[in-house]
Design a protein around this ligand. Structure first.
Ligand code: ATP
Length: 451
């Protein structure tokens, strides 16, 4: 059976249920930027929290950082972004549009008949030129005399320039890591595929500083750990793979890179890159800043520039992959339902509290149950419409547990808990409910989706 998820269906669901909107929509939108609505914010926040959990909360050797988006322009000279953060671009003289020269085979020509860029009868492409992807702006109130600064195209450099600060104040020694989540900006030539490639996006990056001779083993460790993170959060194994870069794909600073890839409806695509960056970054920043960026081991009297292993992920891409992997359409009791079978820990809302009818004491007891749950987990109260419609609303946003209050509740203070995936209904005492749901949320989970 083909997978129910298509990019069009995901985009439609995101709009219908307020996960993601096109940015500045009332003005006709602005090139490939998106705004996250309520459920989208909750989902993406859960993705980022799971990353923090795996990277910082469950480890003793990684600390957190939140560096500024605007950094000294020398940062980008040292990192090589000013000279080399470019993509090859071609212009089409016929339609006036720009395309990434290395993606021509995948890009659609905007003119009829529908062909790949360059293959249409009127396509007239220029030679490829390098286009720098960094957004420029001016710092200071006077435009002409202000300094040109750049919106960071990755969060990593904010980590390298803080290496010394963190080393001094965190009482860590290699191997140790610095983790950061935040916005990055790239003036992508051909953004697209919804939030997969946008010009403003969030990254989750960690730089792991190690003694040089330990770099290969830590590279292998982080490749496996990062792949497993997606699998543990429910991504189906047959839709997940690690792909080692060929030598000709490697960046100038990297001796080895692998991508965690997901089988999107558009084909296998990168979710995250894991790179062995050697001592390139610290050496460059030491050269440009004049600061010593090295580690002195007081025991062995060894002085060295640590090597760096970097897992660099995208929060928006990961969120999209979790949605695509979770999306399903099924027939339940003769009716069609759309459901997001998300890992319960990722689900935007964990529990929906639903009085069966809006009379007797049911809404009052439901409010009491809702009050007990909402402090513990993201919960929702809904008394509008038939119970079937309310279940389907929750299915569409991926709520794993619907708690229904009915006439029996008023007699014995039990509620039913409907499981989103198995559709089983179990009666549970109100007093035991918070503990029961917390236990279910903490349990291992794998996708019930088969396709
Ligand atoms: P790509 O080859 O897709 O352009 P990249 O190799 O340039 O990506 P990195 O520089 O390794 O990407 O960035 C790390 C991660 O940041 C990517 O794996 C991706 O998840 C995310 N990312 C990078 N560019 C974008 C973008 N334009 N929109 C959304 N996410 C992005």
């Amino acid at each position: 059976m083909p997978d129910a998820a298509t990019m069009e269906k995901i985009v439609a669901l995101c709009k219908r249920r307020g996960f993601v909107f096109a940015s500045s929509e009332i003005y006709g939108g602005i090139g490939s930027t998106y705004d996250y609505g309520h459920y989208g914010v909750l989902l993406k926040t859960n993705v980022k929290n799971e990353w923090w959990r795996a990277m910082v909360r469950e480890r003793d050797d990684i600390v957190a950082l939140d560096s500024a988006i605007l950094q000294h322009p020398k940062t980008w000279e040292a990192s090589g972004h000013l000279a080399g953060f470019t993509d090859p671009m071609v212009d089409c003289r016929a339609c006036g549009q720009r395309f990434r020269a290395d993606h021509l085979g995948e890009l659609q020509c905007p003119q009829k008949p529908s062909k790949h860029v360059g293959d249409g009868p009127s396509c007239d492409l220029t030679e490829a030129r390098d286009f720098n992807l960094m957004f420029e702006t001016t710092m200071g109130p006077v435009k002409d005399s202000g300094a040109t600064v750049y919106l960071r195209p990755e969060t990593a450099q904010g980590i390298f320039v803080n290496f010394k600060n963190v080393l001094q104040f965190s009482r860590k020694k290699p191997p140790f890591g610095i983790a950061q989540v935040g916005k990055s900006f790239r003036n992508e030539i051909t953004p697209g595929n919804f939030v997969f490639r946008t010009r403003e996006f969030e990254q989750m990056e960690m730089e792991f500083f190690v003694p040089p001779d330990e770099a290969p083993q830590w590279y292998d460790f982080w490749k496996a750990a990062r792949r497993d993170w997606y699998a543990e959060l429910g991504i189906r194994e047959d839709h997940l793979r690690l792909r080692d870069h060929d030598p000709d794909e490697l960046s100038h600073y990297s001796s080895a890179t692998a991508d965690v890839e997901y089988l999107f409806p558009i084909g296998w695509s990168e979710l995250e890159g894991i790179a062995n960056r050697g001592d390139f970054d610290l050496t460059q920043h030491a050269k440009f800043s004049g600061e010593k960026l090295e580690y002195f081991d007081p025991q062995t009297k060894d002085r060295y520039v640590p090597h760096v292993i970097e897992p660099a992920a995208g929060a928006d891409r990961a969120t999209l992959a979790f949605m695509v992997d979770a999306y399903d359409e099924e027939e339940v009791e003769g009716e069609q339902r759309t459901v997001l079978k998300l890992h319960p820990r990722l689900a935007p809302v964990k529990a929906a509290v639903l009085p069966l009818v809006r009379k007797d004491d049911q809404p009052a007891v439901a409010q009491e149950v809702y009050g007990a749950l909402r402090g513990l987990m993201q919960s929702e109260y809904d008394e509008g419409g038939s119970i079937g419609r309310r279940y389907r609303r929750q299915d569409e946003i991926g709520t794993p547990y619907c708690v229904t209050i009915d006439h029996q509740t008023l007699e014995d203070r039990t509620v039913t808990v409907r499981d989103r995936d198995s559709l089983s209904q179990e009666r549970i005492a109100i007093d035991a409910l918070p503990g029961e749901l917390a236990a279910r949320l903490a349990a291992p989970w794998s996708s019930p989706k088969t396709a």
